[in-house]
Each structure stands twice: as structure tokens, then as C-alpha cells.
Write a protein that binds this ligand. Sequence first.
Ligand SMILES: [Zn+2]
Length: 222
Amino acid sequence: MTGRWPSWNVFLELTDLLSCPQCGPAHGLVLLVRESVEGRVRSGWLGCPNCRRDFPVEDGVVDLRLGPESRAAELQPLSDDELALKIVALSGLAQERGILIVGERLGHAAERIAELAPELEVVFVGSKLERVTEGQGVSRILSDAQLPFAEFRVRAMAIAPGGDPELVSAAARRVAPGGRLLLFDVHPEDREAARETGLTVVAEGEGIAVAKRDLDPVFRAR
Ligand SMILES: [Zn+2]
């Protein structure tokens, strides 16, 4: 192979967080790299040791969709000029190295987030590729199943549920102790779902809520 691949391939360390969309969050995926550059995967496969299904990584995009027809997202992308700035500020990761996951309706802010916080790896997860902008430090995952990530491992995730408590519960279960779930276009039932899943809502206003998972007392005592 000659030449340089674009820098928007998939972040290698991300694969530790991924889980099989068919078998659920307890089942991780094994990565087989075909082409990579500077710790980023350009192409390969993600395999589930449980159901033996393979998912492709092509042109730097992870495709974890289960069906040929992806379920179309019903809600429109969230319109907010300061969206990227708000996500970075509320994530608590502005100065830190880490992975920040952004959902379907926020994907258009991904590239700007990565520019504002160059140490962050921004991971888009959604059903349509046109909902995310390509950019350095942005990984893209296509998924029609609910959030293909391991539980209690994600440090920061931003979604816009718009009245989808089921999505909020699933997202909240992914948040690590000390981690945050940012909710945009949040409805009362969304906030309630975050609380019921063990998060504490630490700030809210203007259609935004920040929910946090407390550090486990055992973990904190160490
Ligand atoms: Zn599986």
C-alpha cells in the first residue's frame, strides 16, 4: 500500500468498549485488523466469539448493523450553534484524554468537538452515516441496535433522546462510575429514566440535563 490513509479511521482502543449488537453488552468483540495506520483501523472485521457473527470495518467505518435495512432515525438532528462547545464543557473531559460518545442526533457536532478538545476521541454511533461529519479524532459506528457498548465503561456520552426513556436507560447503563451522561432535548421521562438507572442529575436547564454515576464506595475507598 502506498500513500497515507485519511486520519478519520477508527480509533483502535475503542474496540475494548464495543459489544456484540446481537448478543448484548456482556459480549465483547474481537478485532481483526486488515489495514491500520497510527493506531487507527482502516479496514478489518469485528467478530463475536459468542454468536460467531462478523461485522465489517470498511473505509474507516464500523458497521454493526444487524439488518440490511437500517431503521431510520425518526428525530431530526438537534439544531444548536453552540452544541459542540456545550458538549465539551459539560463532558468534564475538555482537558483530558478519553472517549466521548455522541448519539444519532448530535453527530453533526462531532468534528467540531474533536477540534475543541484534541485529546478526546469522539465516537459517533447512529444508523446513518450522513448524520456525522468526518474529521480527525472522530470514529464512526453504524448501528441499528441499541448502543453496542459494554456496561459501566463509558466516561462520557451525549445523546438527544427527545422523550425516549428506553434509550436513556440503555445509555445510562453504559456510564462508568464517575462518568457522565449528557442529555439534550431532554423530556421529564428521560430524566426519570436516568435516575432509575442509578445516575444523579447534577445540572439541568434549557432542555439539557447532566447525569452522573457516583463513584462506587469500594472504588473510592481504595
Ligand atoms: Zn454475538
